[in-house]
Design a protein around this ligand. Structure first.
Ligand code: LHQ
Length: 262
């Protein structure tokens, strides 16, 4: 793990909480924060004690995307493709390939890459006062962090194009109504609700949950036949897991299951 204070990291009850922590900059990404967040997700992949991840931001914002002070064209023409290749794309791949639930609690404004990282998580809750902004259009860039992939899939081409071309802020309630996020909740209950959800999932049959995530993501490119085959293969594997044995035993014995994520 990185020891940078740009990401606050804590493991409790199987939940690895990762808090973006540059509140004076609305948690915009500099290189140090990129590397620290990546280290957090790498730990989530490698550490069996981590059964779920909870991503949020410190202060009044969730994340304002890239720190534009770090990518100021007046200091020389930047290679933003290199920035994407080096930082954002590896992060997106780590989030999507992690076979454990990733919960995102959007505590305030989420702009640019900050919004699209929230949309890449498995279950995203947002404070009612939060807004999502495809800020790229304001500075001559194209949406990144998977935004051109996730937006049309989640809300359809018409809404995706309007958000991306206008950079109009979208409130949390509308984001939930459109299916961009799971739920908008009262600001003062966001962290309580997100932590309870992450803790519940972390105590669940996380091997099966991870395979469920993999299957739903594979559906984006699979035919129905391929998906049916994948479900067969994953169910075979799930049926051999200790968690399935425990789940069925607990049901038959009318007791609470104790899942181990194995
Ligand atoms: C910031 C930032 C910020 C630095 C707020 N940077 N300081 C990938 C590849 C490589 C390069 C480019 O980008 C990308 C991906 C991207 O993410 S592109 C999109 C980059 N992000 C933006 O364009 C958003 C810029 N920020 C804003 O439009 C506003 O700050 C929003 C709408 C997010 C919030 O507005 P307010 O609530 O009015 O807050 P504010 O603007 O007053 O910001 C508070 C402070 O945070 C302020 O600093 P100051 O010292 O004046 O208090 C801002 O300068 C700083 N800040 N975003 N991205």
């Amino acid at each position: 793990m990185s020891d940078s204070d740009t990401i606050l990291s804590a493991l409790a009850d199987g939940v690895l909480s990762l808090t973006l922590n540059r509140p004076d900059k609305l948690n915009a990404f500099n290189e140090e924060m990129h590397l620290a967040l990546r280290a957090g997700f790498e730990r989530a992949h490698a550490d069996a004690d981590v059964r779920a991840v909870l991503l949020t931001g410190a202060g009044r914002g969730f994340c304002a995307g890239q720190d534009l002070g770090d990518r100021d064209p007046s200091k020389g023409v930047p290679d933003l493709g290199h920035t994407i290749e080096t930082f954002y794309n590896p992060l997106l791949r780590l989030i999507r390939s992690l076979e454990k639930p990733v919960i995102c609690a959007v505590n305030g404004v989420a702009a640019g890459a900050g919004a699209n990282i929230a949309f890449a998580c498995d279950i995203t809750l947002a404070a009612r006062s939060a807004r999502f902004i495809q800020a790229f259009a304001k500075i001559g860039l194209v949406p990144d962090s998977g935004g051109t992939w996730s937006l049309p899939r989640l809300i359809g081409e018409a809404r995706a194009k309007a958000l991306a071309l206008t950079a109009e802020p979208l409130g949390a309630e509308t984001a939930a109504d459109w299916g961009l996020i799971w739920r908008a909740v009262d600001d003062n209950t966001l962290m309580e609700e997100a932590t309870a959800l992450a803790t519940r999932l972390a105590a669940g049959p996380t091997k099966g949950l991870g395979m469920t995530k993999r299957a739903i993501q594979a559906a984006a490119t699979n035919s129905l036949d391929e998906q049916l085959d994948l479900e067969r293969d994953l169910q075979r594997e799930a049926g051999r897991s200790a968690d399935y044995a425990e789940g069925v035993s607990a049901f038959l014995e009318k007791r609470k299951p104790e899942f181990k994520g194995q």
